[in-house]
Design a protein. Structure first.
Length: 137
């Protein structure tokens, strides 16, 4: 199955996602570029007066991220303090894409004692993103 077919299938299954990470960004447009670079897929983005007020982006392996730009009427007032763990079959590749798109390395990719491989970066706004192959069972 091609990446495009997987993305289409995931978009069709979006109603089945029951956990959504929430974040706010100072520069949502720049962060959408970063999210796209690491593999997130846009499901929907809503703007008012050029400001991203609500967006829903999907992680190809499952799960979603809801976000918007910080503004006076937003429920999330701070940025840069969130963290997420994303599972991928090739976490080294996602890690490298994140760094190439502007993230800074917090913890380099290593084999973990408990299984799998993982590492952590900070995105351009200071959020912590861990990428790994470890899947709890």
């Amino acid at each position: 199955m091609s990446t495009e077919q997987k993305n289409t299938e995931q978009k069709n299954d979006v109603a089945k996602i029951k956990y959504w990470q929430s974040m706010a960004f100072q520069d949502a447009e720049a962060m959408m570029t970063w999210l796209s670079a690491i593999g997130f897929v846009e499901h929907s983005t809503y703007r008012e007066g050029g400001t991203v007020v609500h967006a829903e982006w999907l992680w190809p392996a499952g799960g979603g991220l809801m976000f918007g730009q910080v503004r006076e009427d937003s429920s999330i007032k701070s940025t840069g303090g969130s963290s997420a763990y994303l599972i991928d079959e090739d976490p080294d590749s996602v890690f490298d894409k994140a760094v190439a798109a502007g993230a800074t390395v917090d913890r380099p990719m290593v084999d973990q004692d408990y299984g799998g491989r993982g590492g952590t970066v900070n995105d351009p706004e200071g959020n912590s993103w861990s990428f790994g192959s470890y899947q709890p069972s």
